[in-house]
Write a protein that binds this ligand. Structure first.
Ligand SMILES: *Cc1c(COP(=O)(O)O)cnc(C)c1O
Length: 398
């Protein structure tokens, strides 16, 4: 028996299928259709009785390489990629839920996720409950006979709240439901949710998997059976297919995921400490800090690392002043980017209350704890002194 390869080896070696030219770097297959060897073979492929590509919406060799590599890195049997992170969530819900089913989500999930599940899917009769990210008993309390899916994100955007994946997996499985985890913030470099019992790992490949702010992508890692029986039919009929070029970019991004995550995490930890001791900062949210409410759990679940995203609240007397000061910090930046994205080698700063969480009602925002003075920093690879100098400009001049 051959020894299984280590994760860093899989990140650069898994799913390299060379063409007749023997290229060392993965080939990019830009084609929407495939020529069939015979009418019989074509019929078998369309029926799913034979391996082979038939049409671009259903599959592509470059896309398949990305899927196999990400599955290997997450420790999953299989993976289905999508055009974006949100379309991965849509695929998951379309594949696993029907009218009358019930989903439980954390109330601190990504803003668009709350909107998609709480409002868009509600139109089709899917019920949902939103509960505290960190209170396991709150999840248990809303389990119903029709509960089919628990969906968590850890750490969350932007407050970096950490949930106990193992505890949520137990609740889900005792209820005959599945647990899905959005692993966008930690990535498989820091956290492998399946080790803690998650059934599905969802990704926005747009973030750290690409890692250089170039393309949109999404993915669901799960069992081979779930991918084949639940997700593939949705892909075929709904068509949220990942473009081959984007798949190729993210595939190459996976090769440096581990070193990027470690380097960016190290810089984020240093910045979190700097901000925590800053007189103009009221509070810093970062799992790597001892002051973080789920610090111990985060260290256990995330390979001892806090991740590359942190948020902080500026000191202010009231919400109006808080918003003014947060805007001032952002408008004073000269090096870092004012951009509502994350997972880039460039440090990105944003005001969640007016952007990523701007579509939520004030009550939903309050429930999620996202105030007007909150600034999110997705730390990139710039020198620490340049990052602090850029933030100091605004923080020292209200
Ligand atoms: C960005 C993001 C998504 C959505 O991904 P897109 O690729 O933008 O569609 C989902 N979850 C989290 C945590 C995200 O940060």
């Amino acid at each position: 028996m051959t020894r299984p390869l280590h994760p860093d080896t899989l990140a650069v070696r898994e799913a390299v299928e060379r063409s007749q030219y023997g290229e060392n770097s993965e080939a990019l297959y830009l084609t929407s259709g495939y020529v069939q060897p015979s009418a019989e073979a074509s019929a078998r492929r369309f029926a799913g009785d034979e391996e082979g590509f038939t049409y671009g919406r259903y599959g592509n060799p470059t896309v398949a390489s990305f899927e196999r590599r990400l599955a290997a890195m997450e420790g999953a049997e299989a993976c289905m990629s999508t055009a974006s992170g949100m379309s991965a969530i849509l695929m998951m819900c379309m594949g696993l839920l029907k009218a009358g089913d019930h989903v439980i989500c954390s109330q601190s999930m990504f803003g668009s996720t709350i909107k998609l599940i709480g409002a868009d899917l509600a139109k089709f009769g899917v019920e949902s409950s939103f509960v505290s990210q960190t209170d396991v008993s709150a999840w248990q309390a809303v389990v119903k006979p029709n509960t089919r899916l628990l969906f968590a994100e850890t750490p969350t955007n932007p407050l970096t709240e950490v949930c106990d994946i193992q505890a949520l997996a137990d609740i889900a499985h005792n209820a005959g439901a599945l647990l899905a985890v959005d692993n966008c913030f930690a990535t498989p470099a820091l956290q492998k949710p399946m080790r803690f019992g998650a059934d599905i790992v969802m990704h926005s490949g747009t973030k750290y998997l690409d890692g250089q702010g170039r393309v949109m992508a999404g993915a669901l890692c799960a069992s081979q059976q779930m991918v084949t029986e639940k997700f593939l039919p949705v892909l075929k009929s709904a068509g949220m297919t990942l473009a081959p070029f984007n798949a190729w970019v993210v595939l190459k991004g996976l090769e440096t995921l581990d070193i990027r995550m470690r380097a960016q995490t190290e810089k984020a930890f240093a910045l979190a400490q700097w901000l925590e001791s800053h007189p103009a900062v009221a509070r810093v949210f970062y799992p790597g800090l001892a002051s973080h409410p789920q610090h111990a759990l985060a260290m256990r679940q995330q390979s001892g690392l806090g991740g590359a995203v942190l948020s902080f609240d500026v000191k202010a007397a009231d919400p109006d002043q808080a918003r003014q000061r947060a805007f001032h910090v952002l408008d004073s930046l000269r090096v870092l980017s004012l951009s509502t994205n994350l997972g880039d080698t460039k440090t990105l700063c944003a005001h969640p209350a007016s952007t990523s969480h701007g579509r939520l009602t004030e009550a939903q925002r309050q429930a999620a704890g996202i105030g007007q003075g909150l600034v999110r920093v997705a730390v990139g690879l710039e020198h620490f002194d340049d990052v602090t100098a850029d933030l100091q400009r605004g923080l020292s001049s209200y």
